[in-house]
Design a protein. Structure first.
Ligand code: NAD
Ligand code: DAU
Length: 332
């Protein structure tokens, strides 16, 4: 039976991945998570305690990491500071967690010869022109824009260096924008859904022409599991589900699905250095590993996500006020 150590397993994508693994495999899971503002123990509620162990701790804590890693067959590394807007306000935790934290894990898996999977982002490639047909591939040069994406790019390069210099058994995946249940209300889609639920108008940065390539987090989970099961050691795989939409289209769709007028939103201060467009070409993952997304219809996935936030106010409400107060200080 496979034993997974999942860092950041109390966050959005990590907790969905843990649910996915427990539902679709026989594996046992240990979650290592510092429970920062973005982590939530309740995101793992109801999961079988005989197959899931939770350890509250920091990935920069070499002694703790050194205890947990030898008991695992694979480390799946989700833990990160993940929000671009926060990285523009205070980059330091991004350097500590995303760079030093990843380094700490790499040294432990190297010492104990444990397989490592590094979860990364398409933002390491920078952005694409709005009117171009181009998409990111595994060969696109790195060109990160924000402190967040620069630290993720740095962590990817550390993994690559540990593979080449020390023969580390690792894989990397770079995924596009995720949506789904358990996503923090600071992020675009849950922010707008919970705004409508709280009687606040949705907030669109600038003109809303920026494009993101949306994938349901369940499809991200199945892709990572596929890479763990069939991925070639040393390889990078891009994960995406052909879900390009402008931010304005997404806000209007949320409003329509929630029975509101499609123009009932505010345009607010744009994000400095705002990346224009992300788009993933996932041909390698599809052809080499045979992976397919299940949530092809964005509107259906969005409707299910709206229903989840409607039914789980107790999960998101505690973070809402502080999040909106922070945005308000920046005119957003
Ligand atoms: P998140 O912010 O929701 O969760 C991050 C988790 O990591 C939280 O539970 C937090 O408590 C934990 N954490 C933070 N610092 C830690 C530390 N020093 N030690 C231990 N735990 C720590 O993030 P997310 O959106 O779930 O993203 C997860 C991963 O996926 C990140 O690596 C991110 O770069 C990557 N990713 C995210 C997206 C997306 O759309 N959200 C897309 C592609 C890749
Ligand atoms: O592409 C993958 C990345 O996607 C991940 O690496 C990041 O961890 C994740 O946060 C996400 O980054 P983005 O910056 O694209 O996501 P965010 O949800 O912050 O914003 C999505 C888009 O919506 C972006 O163009 C900014 C815009 N936006 C965001 C907020 C919070 C708004 O227009 N209004 C908002 O209120």
């Amino acid at each position: 039976m496979m034993r997974l150590l999942v860092t950041g397993g109390a966050g959005f994508i990590g907790s969905n991945f843990v649910r996915h693994v427990l539902a679709h495999t026989e594996a046992s899971v240990t979650v290592l998570d510092a429970l920062t503002y973005a982590g939530n123990r309740d995101s793992l509620a109801g999961l079988p305690s005989d197959r899931l162990q939770f350890v509250r701790g920091d990935i920069t804590d070499a002694a703790l990491v050194g205890q947990l890693v030898p008991a695992a067959d694979v480390v799946v590394h989700f833990a990160a500071e993940s929000h671009n807007d926060n990285s523009l306000h205070d980059p330091r935790p991004f350097l500590t967690t995303n760079i030093v934290g990843t380094y700490t894990l790499l040294e432990a898996v190297r010492a104990h010869d444990v397989r490592f999977h590094h979860v990364s982002t398409d933002e390491v490639y920078g952005d694409l022109a709005l009117d171009s047909p181009d998409r990111f591939t595994e060969d696109t040069p790195y060109h990160p824009s924000s402190p967040y994406s620069a630290t993720k790019a740095g962590s990817d390069l550390l993994v690559r260096a540990w593979m080449r210099s020390f023969g580390l058994r690792a894989t990397i995946s770079n995924c596009s924008n995720n949506y789904g249940p358990y996503q923090h209300v600071e992020k675009f889609i849950p922010r707008q859904i919970t705004n409508v639920l709280a009687g606040i108008r949705p907030k669109l940065y600038g003109a809303g022409a920026n494009v993101r390539d949306w994938i349901h987090t369940e499809d991200h989970s199945s892709a990572v599991l596929t890479i763990l099961e069939r991925g070639r050691i040393g390889e990078t795989y891009l994960i995406g589900a052909d879900g390009e939409r402008s931010n304005r289209d997404v806000v209007e769709l949320i409003l329509a699905l929630m029975g509101q007028s499609p123009d009932a939103y505010d345009r607010v201060t744009d994000r400095p250095g705002h990346d224009l467009r992300y788009a993933i070409d996932a041909t390698k993952l599809r052809t080499e590993l045979g992976w397919r997304p299940r949530f092809a219809g964005f509107a259906d996935g969005l409707e299910a996500t709206i229903a989840w936030y409607q039914a789980h106010e107790g999960w998101w409400r505690p973070a809402k006020e502080a999040t909106e107060s922070f945005y308000a200080t920046k005119g957003q």
